[in-house]
Design a protein around this ligand. Structure first.
Ligand code: IMP
Ligand code: MG
Length: 183
């Protein structure tokens, strides 16, 4: 795939991520937090965001996957794909979340199905607070009413890759966020 157009440049990402880090630092002043990254897309965002947060922090990771056979990436791009909304946990957190300030870190908030499920899973761990940090948000795609507490950029309904986001597991290492054209 050669035809990738930059939607959000690495400079814009860096600026916004540092602002989000400052916001989290202010909101949790004097407290400690646990970042829970959603594998694998959030790995790069989490590592940058965490370095802009001036608080005691630990990392954890959680993994999810959808039931049902996803169509090929080409078909999914052209026709879309409506999952049943049924999500399964492939990796739970390693540490106790009880009475802790937990921030779930996700690459993109799309239909809201994944984070609605993860909220339920994490609330069962009885954290003191549970917040959502999402680098990107496609509000026009939402199926369940869920908002991020810290959102980097609201974007239109385009399929994007880079800065952790993939297309068939590729392009996660692109430094900019790019749009994949719908052929
Ligand atoms: P949701 O459950 O529909 O909110 O889906 C969120 C997940 O879908 C994200 O964690 C991504 O893995 C994936 N996703 C949604 N939109 C995109 C996109 O534009 N590019 C890459 N992955 C996406
Ligand atoms: Mg993901």
């Amino acid at each position: 795939m050669t035809d990738l157009k930059v939607l959000i440049s690495r400079e814009e990402i860096a600026k916004r991520v540092s602002e989000m880090g400052a916001e989290i630092t202010r909101d949790f002043k004097g407290q400690s937090i646990i970042f829970v990254g959603v594998l694998k897309g959030a790995a790069i965002f989490l590592s940058d965001l965490a370095r802009h947060v001036r608080l005691d922090a630990t990392f954890d990771f959680i993994g999810v996957s959808s039931y049902g056979n996803r169509p090929s990436p080409q078909k999914e791009l052209k026709d879309g794909w409506d999952s049943t909304g049924e999500v399964k946990l492939t990796k739970d957190v390693d540490q106790s979340m009880q009475d802790k300030n937990v921030i779930v870190v996700e690459d993109i908030l799309d239909t809201g199905l994944t984070l609605t499920y993860l909220r339920k899973v994490l609330l069962a761990h009885q954290p003191r607070t549970l917040r959502i940090a999402a680098l990107l948000d496609k509000p026009s795609r939402r199926k369940l009413p869920l908002e991020g507490d810290y959102v980097g950029f609201k974007i239109p309904d385009e399929f994007v890759v880079g800065y952790g986001l993939d297309y068939a597991e590729k392009y996660r290492n692109l430094p900019d966020i790019c749009v994949v054209p719908r052929q």
